[in-house]
Design a binder for this molecule. Structure first.
Ligand SMILES: [Zn+2]
Length: 310
């Protein structure tokens, strides 16, 4: 994939003499018959040009065969699975790199105020508060901190300075776990300036696998992150262990002022910096869900005087 093109490959179908490929933004499927001209390919891959940058594209394929009695068309590849499995069935064009900063800092501050004000060039420290049930997940808090250090290095490699730092595993705050009532009116755990805290909360509080807890400059892992298998039993869901890292980055970027690219109403009011699609949907393992443009934009939110951008 690139900013305006994708290359898509699929498995061969017996007896097919060619394939038709249709591509459209998956949030706006106009429906059968209105998707525009399908592209014909004699091979099992196609390159589609002229697409909008930074857009999740659905790709559907059908086999066609020229026979003695005329043309036979197979069914379109399953698009009902598209929304349920968008990680597997959509591809993403890239966003142009943010070479010149515009309103990113203001946008981030409108979404997640505190860190933007606290930034003085000292990297923020991500600490993991050990509220995880220990029997099920020994030392999981340490495990979850490791990719934060990877991300911190990537940011430094790209921008020349650090914005994040992996911190420590901290004991649970006094009075933890909170009751249902305390949770609904839970005051923030004690926090030092420059600190971002990750915690486990044993009930779902917004979101599925995790959620950002902006007033507390914190983020939470939810039971779904555990019951889906990844934390307790890494083999339970293919790639889930890596995906949990993606959840960590996704939530940290929320705390840093980023929001979902499909939150168009909020974005149109100048609230939040849009995440890339890979970061939004935690598409890739390790730190690979964080794309160049996410880090470019992060540098605009947290600029450093020794590393000016034009
Ligand atoms: Zn989110």
């Amino acid at each position: 994939m690139g900013e305006t093109f994708i290359v898509w490959e699929w498995n061969a179908v017996n007896f097919a003499t060619g394939y038709e490929v249709s591509t459209f933004p998956f949030y706006e499927d106009p429906g059968p018959g209105k998707r525009g001209e399908a592209v014909f390919s004699e091979t099992t891959s196609v390159r589609v040009e002229g697409l909008p940058p930074d857009t999740g594209m659905a790709v559907i394929v059908r086999a066609v065969a020229e026979t003695a009695t005329g043309r036979v068309e197979g069914p379109w590849s399953n698009q009902s699975a598209l929304l349920a499995h968008r990680r597997a069935h959509a591809v993403y064009t890239l966003r142009a790199e943010v070479l010149i900063c515009s309103d990113e800092r203001e946008r981030a501050g409108n979404f997640s105020r505190l860190l933007v004000h606290e930034w003085d060039g000292t990297p923020f420290r991500v600490d993991m508060v050990d509220t995880f049930p220990d029997e099920a997940m020994p030392r999981i808090a340490e495990r979850l901190l490791e990719p934060v250090e990877d991300l911190a290095d990537r940011i430094e490699d790209q921008l020349g300075y650090r914005i994040l730092e992996g911190g420590e595993v901290l004991p649970p705050p006094p009075g933890w776990p909170p009751t249902e009532r305390q949770l609904s009116e839970w005051r923030c755990p004690p926090r030092e300036p420059g600190q971002i805290q990750g915690l486990y909360v044993d009930r779902s509080v917004g979101g599925t696998d995790g959620s950002a807890w902006l007033p507390c400059v914190a983020f939470r892992y939810h039971p779904a992150a555990v019951t889906n298998g990844g934390l307790v039993n890494p083999g339970a869901r293919t790639g889930y262990d890596a995906f949990v890292d993606g959840v960590t980055f996704h939530e940290i970027f929320h705390v840093l002022g980023f929001t979902h690219p499909e939150d168009v109403e909020m974005l149109s009011r100048g609230i939040g910096v849009p995440m890339s699609y890979p970061l939004r949907w935690t598409l890739y393992p390790d730190a690979d869900s964080v794309f160049r443009q996410d880090i470019d934009a992060l540098g605009c939110v947290f600029p450093h005087p020794d590393f000016p951008r034009e």
